[in-house]
Design a protein around this ligand. Structure first.
Ligand SMILES: [Zn+2]
Length: 86
């Protein structure tokens, strides 16, 4: 049994930072070039913070860690996020 959830599980943590819903954004993986809707990534919520991994190659796409005073956002595994204009 897998211990990850789909990308929608990161919606709460990301909504603290972004005014748009990033789970509907198109994301490109830096590791394998896989381009999918962010909601299709694998999200681990039992890590320190929230970790999203590529469903294709397991590269860490995104990490969000919230401390009592700050939120850290690591996007280095993403080539880009494409968000439709509203
Ligand atoms: Zn990948």
């Amino acid at each position: 049994m897998s211990n990850y959830l789909d990308g929608n599980a990161a919606a709460g943590a990301l909504s603290e930072l972004f005014a748009v819903d990033l789970t509907a954004a198109i994301a490109q993986c830096n590791g394998c070039g896989n381009t999918t809707v962010f909601a299709e990534s694998r999200v681990y919520v039992d890590a320190p913070g929230t970790v999203a991994r590529c469903a294709g190659c397991d590269t860490v796409l995104l990490r969000v860690v919230t401390t009592p005073t700050n939120t850290y956002l690591d996007l280095r595994g993403l080539t880009y996020l494409r968000v439709p204009n509203s």
